[in-house]
Design a protein around this ligand. Sequence first.
Ligand SMILES: Nc1nc2c(ncn2[C@@H]2O[C@H](COP(=O)(O)OP(=O)(O)OP(=O)(O)O)[C@@H](O)[C@H]2O)c(=O)[nH]1
Ligand SMILES: [Mg+2]
Ligand SMILES: [Zn+2]
Length: 307
Amino acid sequence: MKGRVIKSTGSWYTVKTDSGNIQARLRGKFKQDDLKLTNPIAVGDYVEVEREEDQPTSVIKEILPRENYIIRKSTRKSHFSHILASNIDQAFLIVTLRNPRTSLGFIDRFLVSTESFRIPATILVNKMDEKYKDKDLEYLQDLKEIYEPLGYPVIEISALKADNLKEQFIPLLKGKTILLSGHSGVGKSTFLNKLVPEAQQATKEISKFSAKGVHTTTFAEMFELAEGGYLIDTPGIKEFGILDIEDQELSHYFVEMRQYLGQCKYNNCRHINEPGCMVLEKLEEGFIHPYRYDSYVNILFEEDDHR
Ligand SMILES: Nc1nc2c(ncn2[C@@H]2O[C@H](COP(=O)(O)OP(=O)(O)OP(=O)(O)O)[C@@H](O)[C@H]2O)c(=O)[nH]1
Ligand SMILES: [Mg+2]
Ligand SMILES: [Zn+2]
């Protein structure tokens, strides 16, 4: 019997099948390409399950090939990585302007991971009901100026206060599997609860002491929209480690660089200081945003502790 993993709590998985939700576990080892994973099965995976003899539970026999996945370095063991979710159609990155501010570096790392599978991404700027200082609003302006021209919509919302979220988002979500991601405390679960009221995901105030979220959601879970489609609530992430991307490959995942890539003098150009580099030329001419280029360089020279 085939099904889709909608929840994973360590050793048990909830699998949605045509004949209802079942509890299943893994038996034996799974071969996983070259990925060193802390979780062999992720929310969103399509699996083949089989009923255990004389038991109400089932066993996952096989995992079907993943169309895509979003991966991050495990916080506990940096040599391993963790799949946030798989087989997704669209990613919503929820960010905030302050307490804490989501950095451009974080956003760009996230976008590299979605671009590597060409998963469309949208940036939701949440908590717009709060009062902001000018410098925070300037940051909002930066986000719009940097990301909208690249094809990443930047949408201001208030997950807590807005009463039209359904009207606004259901048409965008219908029939799709959508990943909600972002730092702890940005309002992922609050957003989810508005769109899927039955979900009743716990939400919690950010810490007054550290002005950071307190990691309320501790595992990924997929919820079905009454209107069709799925939203995946995930635990807040501190940072995104970029995995399994070669130096040469990285610029392919910066959409604004992609169009110039065949035009550098050297075909192994890393766009740092090479003569005849078209990316550097376009940066100079203002066609590539300097903040984005900074992120590119930071990721390129990031400590490579996962190999
Ligand atoms: N003012 C305001 N507060 C919000 C908004 N959305 C969420 N919050 C508050 O922010 C806090 C954190 O919200 P959560 O939904 O728990 O955040 P989360 O992203 O799920 O956090 P983790 O599960 O820890 O990753 C809660 O106190 C929410 O009430 C908003 O639009 N405006
Ligand atoms: Mg949450
Ligand atoms: Zn170049």
